[in-house]
Each structure stands twice: as structure tokens, then as C-alpha cells.
Design a protein around this ligand. Structure first.
Ligand SMILES: *Cc1c(COP(=O)(O)O)cnc(C)c1O
Length: 244
């Protein structure tokens, strides 16, 4: 019981600390902390622990599996926004549109076309971010920077898919500072296309991402602690670091 309680308290304190760090990073860049959406990545975190974070004021949650999200949304409801941050299979699009307020991980045209088709059937457009494979890694999804122009042009023709911005999971780096060039590259791409939202930065590097213009940061471990199952396929960093 004690252990459980202190784990719960830690979540509130972690959240507070992450918020402060976002605010300070924003101020260093002449921005306001309030302009950055903190998406708490709650994949593989139990409902009771997520509830603590929501009670402490977390307003957006990120999940990477449709089934898991369905269960959690049934339990926790929608005082928060639910974002999909993981790979989406085309056969799960219908469920994803029902469950999520934003899809960060639109990573291929086939998926975009299915989103468009399903969103039209629902009679409501879907908000997405286009995922960019900033470093052109074999193991990661998303458009390579040089393919983005053409992709966005095609996406613009899908009238039930609204591209709000870009998302990236840059290569794993040793020091947060090393991620800066990737964040800068993503921001430039977004600026060039007049896209407002930039989803970049995770537990290890969200402050650098905020300094470089992130409008959404996806933070899991720094809020909820280490995930119990960091199976390579479930974890963005791990799957991106398969080059060893
Ligand atoms: C798991 C995951 C995160 C959060 O990672 P942490 O390092 O725990 O903050 C962010 N984005 C994506 C796409 C993820 O899969």
C-alpha cells in the first residue's frame, strides 16, 4: 500500500517537474509554456496511474495501440484528449477514428487514403500529423524529407484528412543536444509548408524540442516512470536504435 501510494505521488511530482521544464525551455526561446501541449504517453501504463496524472491536470494522453486505448478510454472517458502516437494498421483505421482526437503517425499514402475513406463515411474529417523520417532510417516509418513535398500535395487532395503539422521520432542520441539538428530540420519543413503543429521531443530531449519550436511534446517515462514492458516493437526509441 505504501509503495503504491508513493508511486502515485511520484506521478504528480513528475508531472509538475516536466511542466516546469517545459515552461523554462519555452521562456529560453521567447515562448510561453502554455503554448506547448504536453501529451502524456501512457502506453502500457495502468489506468489507475493514468488517473492520477489526469487528476493532477494532464490534458492529453498518447497511446500506441487501438485496443489498449479503447479499454482506457472506456475507463477514463474524455476529460482529456486522446492521441495516437504509434504505427496504425489500415484495418484499424475505423476504430482509430472513433477513438482518437489526433493521429500523430500518418506515415504512408495507403493509410491516408483509408483515413480519408473512413472519415468520409463518418461525415467528419480527421486531424493528423504527417510523420517525417528525418534521418531516413530504414527501421522507421514516415516520409523522408525529400519525399514530403510530393506527399503533402497528394494529402491535400484528400478532403477528409486535415494535415495539421508534422511529427518526428529522430534517431536515438547520446545527449539531448545532439537531437537539435533533427528538430531544426523538422521545423524548417513545417515552416516551408505553412504547417502549424510540430510534435517532437520525448522524455530524453523534450526541452531541446521546445527550444526548437515544438508545439506538442510526447513524454512517457519522465511522467510515469519506466515502462514495465519495453519490448522493442512497442518502443519508438528502441525500434529506432536497432542499428547496433
Ligand atoms: C513511447 C513513445 C514516446 C514516449 O517516450 P518516452 O521516452 O517514454 O518519453 C513518444 N513518442 C512515441 C511515438 C512513442 O512511441
Amino acid at each position: 500500500m505504501r509503495v503504491l501510494e508513493s508511486r502515485m505521488q511520484a506521478i504528480g511530482a513528475n508531472l509538475e517537474r516536466v511542466r516546469e521544464r517545459i515552461t523554462h525551455a519555452a521562456e529560453r526561446a521567447g515562448r510561453r509554456g502554455d503554448d506547448i501541449l504536453l501529451v502524456g504517453v501512457s502506453k502500457s501504463v495502468e489506468v489507475e496511474r493514468i488517473r492520477v496524472a489526469v487528476a493532477a491536470g494532464l490534458r492529453a494522453l498518447g497511446e500506441n495501440r487501438v485496443q489498449e486505448a479503447r479499454h482506457k478510454i472506456a475507463e477514463l472517458g474524455r476529460p482529456v484528449a486522446w492521441h495516437l502516437v504509434g504505427h496504425l494498421q489500415t484495418n484499424k483505421v475505423r476504430d482509430a477514428l472513433e477513438l482518437f482526437d489526433l493521429i500523430h503517425s500518418l506515415d504512408r499514402l495507403e493509410l491516408a487514403r483509408e483515413c480519408d475513406r473512413r472519415a468520409r463515411l463518418r461525415g467528419r474529417p480527421v486531424d493528423v500529423l504527417a510523420q517525417v523520417n528525418v534521418a531516413g532510417e530504414e527501421t522507421k516509418g514516415g516520409w523522408r524529407p525529400e519525399a514530403l513535398d510530393a506527399a503533402l500535395e497528394t494529402l491535400a487532395a484528400l478532403d477528409h484528412v486535415r494535415v495539421r503539422g508534422l511529427m518526428a521520432i529522430p534517431p536515438a542520441v547520446e545527449r539531448p543536444e545532439d537531437a537539435r539538428p533533427w528538430f531544426q530540420a523538422l521545423r524548417k519543413l513545417a515552416e516551408r509548408h505553412g504547417l502549424a503543429e510540430l510534435s517532437m521531443g520525448m522524455s530524453a530531449d523534450f526541452e531541446v524540442a521546445v527550444e526548437e519550436g515544438a508545439t506538442m511534446v510526447r513524454v512517457g517515462t519522465a511522467i510515469f516512470g519506466p515502462r514495465p514492458t519495453q519490448a522493442p516493437r512497442e518502443d519508438a526509441r528502441a525500434s529506432g536504435a536497432r542499428d547496433g
